[in-house]
Write a protein that binds this ligand. Structure first.
Ligand code: AMP
Length: 374
């Protein structure tokens, strides 16, 4: 399946291409058609699943397809998010995906001055992304109206409840037209979320994608803290002592992938490197060998691995940590899928400590430390 299959407008497909996405994620595959249809949606999805694009793309398509009559420019799409960081991030996505469309958007959250937000709202926006408290402030002062809303999205609804926003949400919902499309995203489905959803949604399409962040429940994730110079020796030893027969190893650079692959070969572990500078033939050959078992270790960069048709691997190793924490989730998503047990090992040198912190922040938990004897 590709993004072309959804019937999205060229302006959106251009923006998707520019973002470098080739394949819709599972939640995108299921949510985009439902949202285009006008259905309500109840989706279990965490950060890292591609949920933002899953609602932003089809909603931009719907907004661009029809223009309301009259001179006034009412807010037609409202996205409510629990934190200013998330609100800002969603706004960024709206701007990125909607950059070729004549739609205006604004983000409003607390902790900053009201006036610039008032000015922005007065000019007229089609899309408003907001945190609940500050949005209510604006509504109470008559700075914004929600009577033209066609779709409302509640993102990370479980966090909104955790943060005590339930009354604010209920107050906001009362100001929306009864006839509207409602999408609710939540990482978990507690009884409270179900109650909130049942009062807000009409015959929703339900989507539950195995969250990539914890595709991970069956994946043992371990961190070895060591010096950079020890990495290769420790990796060879882990492969040998664990008798690992199929290992995917990630490096940050093409050069690093080539070097490591050569060294592993010298250690007597058959390996191949794949990255952007390799020809398609070389990549196919490496991948075939890996699948057939003649190549024991496949060394790949993040970009090269994206398009690979391999998962459910028993062992994934982060030889270098990725610069972008989400890439860690993509990497370990290669192992332990569909209930298979898997193991994800990260070799972390002192100069990567900050990257490790970023990953643990994204996962919302610390990773287990293991001992490395080189
Ligand atoms: P989200 O779950 O919305 O926070 O998205 C997680 C990350 O995945 C973001 O950095 C997006 O840019 C990226 N992303 C979203 N959709 C895709 C896709 N179809 N292919 C590759 N990356 C994507």
């Amino acid at each position: 399946m590709t993004f072309d299959d959804f019937g999205l407008r060229a302006e959106l497909l251009d923006a998707i291409r520019a973002s470098g996405y080739t394949t819709p994620t599972p939640i995108q595959q299921r949510a985009i058609p439902a949202v285009l249809d006008g259905s309500d949606l109840l989706a279990a999805a965490q950060t890292g699943t591609g949920k933002t694009a899953a609602f932003t793309l089809p909603l931009l398509q719907r907004l661009a397809a029809e223009r309301p009559e009259g001179k006034r420019r009412p807010v037609r799409l409202l996205v409510i998010a629990p934190t200013r960081e998330l609100a800002a991030q969603i706004h960024e996505s709206v701007r990125t995906y909607g950059k070729h469309l004549p739609l205006r958007s604004a983000v409003i959250f607390g902790g900053v001055g009201m006036q610039p937000q008032i000015d922005r709202l007065r000019k007229g926006v089609d899309i408003l992304i907001a945190t609940p408290g500050r949005l209510l402030d604006h509504l109470q002062r008559g700075n914004a109206r929600l009577d033209g809303i066609e779709t409302v999205v509640l993102d990370e609804a479980d966090r909104m409840l955790d943060m005590g926003f339930i009354h604010d949400i209920r107050k906001l919902m009362k100001q929306l037209p009864a006839k509207r499309q409602t999408l609710l995203f939540s990482a978990t489905f507690s009884a409270d979320i179900r109650r909130l959803a049942s009062g807000m949604l009409t015959h929703p399409v339900e989507i539950d994608v195995a969250p990539r962040n914890s595709a991970a429940e069956t994946v043992a994730q371990r961190v070895y803290r060591l010096e950079k110079a020890e990495k290769r020796r420790v990796l060879s030893r882990l492969i040998r002592e664990g008798d690992w027969q199929q290992v995917l190893v990630f490096t940050r650079t093409k050069h690093g992938a080539n070097n490591l692959s050569r060294q592993l070969d010298n250690d007597g572990l058959t390996s191949a490197a794949i990255h952007g500078n390799k020809s398609q033939t070389a990549r196919t050959k490496a991948l075939d060998g890996f699948k057939r078992g003649t190549v024991r270790v496949l060394v790949a960069t993040d970009i090269a691995a994206r398009g690979l048709d391999i998962d459910q691997l028993p062992h994934v190793v982060n030889y270098d940590l990725p610069h972008v924490a989400e890439d860690y989730v993509h990497r370990i998503g290669r192992t332990g899928r569909a209930g298979n047990e898997g193991e994800a090992i990260s070799l972390v040198a002192p100069d990567e400590a900050k990257l490790l912190k970023g990953i643990e922040r994204l996962l919302k938990r610390p990773l287990e430390r293991a001992e490395a004897h080189g």
